[in-house]
Design a protein around this ligand. Structure first.
Ligand code: NDP
Length: 290
C-alpha cells in the first residue's frame, strides 16, 4: 500500500491565495494588515524562520515590521518595544521568535504581548480560551495540521488520535483541537512506556518530537493518517545535512492511508496559519473601527 500524500506546499499556496484576496478587501477599507516580528540573538535557524515569515507576509499583502536585537540586549528594551507595538493601532499581530537567550524570562515576554495581538496563541489568556473551546488565536502549527486533515477528508469524530510530544507550542494545543473535533486523544512523551502500543492503534498519528525518523512503519496502523511535525537536520549517514521529519517516510508510506512529507508538509502550513491569524486580527480591528 502507498499512502496518499498531503502536499503542504500546494495547500499553503491555495490558502495564501485566499488570504491575499482578504488583505486586498481590508486595504479597500483603509486597513493594511501588519505583523511585527521580534528576533533576539543570532540563532541561525531562528533567523531563517523570521526571514521566511517576513517574505510570506510580503507575498500575501501583509505589512511586516522586523525588530532585531543583539543576544545580550537588556530584556527591558524588548519589553518596552512590545508595549509600543501593543499600543500601535496599525499593528495587528506581534510575535517574538523563540527560543530567547537564557537571561530572558520567555514566559514573561509572551505574557507582555497584548492577547488580542498574540497571533502565535501562546499568551495564557489565549491558551485558556483554546482550552475552553472558544479560541481567539489557534497556535499556528496545530492549526495547520487541522487544515491538512480537513483537506484530506480524514474523519475526526470518534477517531483514535495519538500525539507524540507534549510541548506547549505543538503537542498540547494539538491534543485540545483533536479532542474538540471529536477524537479520543492520547498524548505520549519521553516517559511513555511502550510507545508503539499507542501509535499502532492510532487512526490519526501526529509526531512532534524532534527525533529523526523515530516513527517507523511497524509502529503505524494500516490506513492511518500520519502527520509529521518534526524538522530535523541529519547529522550523519548518506543523507547527512538533509532535512527529515520524526517519521520514517519510506517505511510509513507503505502502511499509512495518508501522510505528510518533510520538507513540504506541516512547515509551509505553519507560516500560512500565522498569516491567517494576522488577517483575522486585522479584520477584527477593521470591524471595531466601522
Ligand atoms: P519540544 O522539544 O518542546 O518537545 C518534544 C516533545 O517530544 C516533548 O514533549 C518530549 O517529551 C517528547 N519526546 C522526546 N523524546 C521522546 C521519545 N523518545 N518518545 C516520546 N516522546 C518523546 O519540541 P517541539 O514540540 O517544539 O517540536 C517538536 C518537533 O517539531 C521539532 O523537530 C521541531 O523542530 C518541530 N517543529 C516543527 C514546526 C513546523 O512548522 N513544522 C513548528 C514547531 C516545531 P517530554 O515532554 O517528556 O520531554
Amino acid at each position: 500500500m502507498t499512502a496518499r500524500l498531503i502536499d503542504g506546499n500546494a495547500l499553503a499556496a491555495q490558502v495564501r491565495g485566499e488570504l491575499a484576496a482578504r488583505a486586498e478587501a481590508l486595504k479597500a477599507q483603509g486597513v493594511v494588515p501588519c505583523l511585527a516580528v521580534i528576533l533576539v540573538g543570532e540563532d541561525p535557524a531562528s533567523a531563517v524562520y523570521v526571514r521566511n515569515k517576513v517574505a510570506a507576509c510580503e507575498k500575501a499583502g501583509v505589512r511586516s515590521i522586523k525588530d532585531t536585537y543583539a543576544a545580550d540586549v537588556n530584556p527591558r528594551t524588548v519589553f518596552d518595544r512590545i508595549a509600543e507595538l501593543n499600543a500601535d493601532p496599525s499593528v495587528h499581530g506581534i510575535l517574538v521568535q523563540l527560543p530567547l537567550p537564557k537571561h530572558f524570562d520567555a514566559d514573561a515576554i509572551l505574557e507582555a504581548i497584548a492577547p488580542e495581538k498574540d497571533v502565535d496563541g501562546f499568551h495564557a489568556e489565549n491558551v485558556g480560551a483554546l482550552m475552553q473551546g472558544n479560541p481567539r488565536f489557534i497556535p499556528c502549527t496545530p492549526y495547520g495540521v487541522m487544515k491538512m486533515l480537513e483537506s484530506a477528508n480524514v474523519p475526526l469524530k470518534g477517531a483514535e488520535a495519538v500525539i507524540v510530544g507534549r510541548s506547549n507550542i505543538v503537542g498540547k494545543p494539538m491534543a485540545m483541537l483533536l479532542l474538540q473535533a471529536g477524537c479520543t486523544v492520547t498524548v505520549c512523551h519521553s516517559q511513555t512506556k511502550d510507545l508503539a502500543f499507542h501509535t499502532q492503534r492510532a487512526d490519526i498519528l501526529v509526531a512532534a518530537v524532534g527525533r529523526p525518523r523515530m516513527i517507523t512503519g511497524d509502529m503505524v496502523k494500516p490506513g492511518a493518517a500520519v502527520i509529521d511535525v518534526g524538522i530535523n537536520r541529519l547529522q550523519s549517514g548518506p543523507d547527512a545535512g538533509k532535512l527529515c521529519g520524526d517519521v520514517d517516510f519510506e517505511s510509513c508510506k507503505e502502511v499509512a492511508g495518508v501522510i505528510t512529507p518533510v520538507p513540504g508538509g506541516v512547515g509551509p502550513m505553519t507560516i500560512t496559519m500565522l498569516l491567517t491569524n494576522t488577517l483575522e486580527s486585522a479584520e477584527r480591528a477593521a470591524e471595531e473601527m466601522s
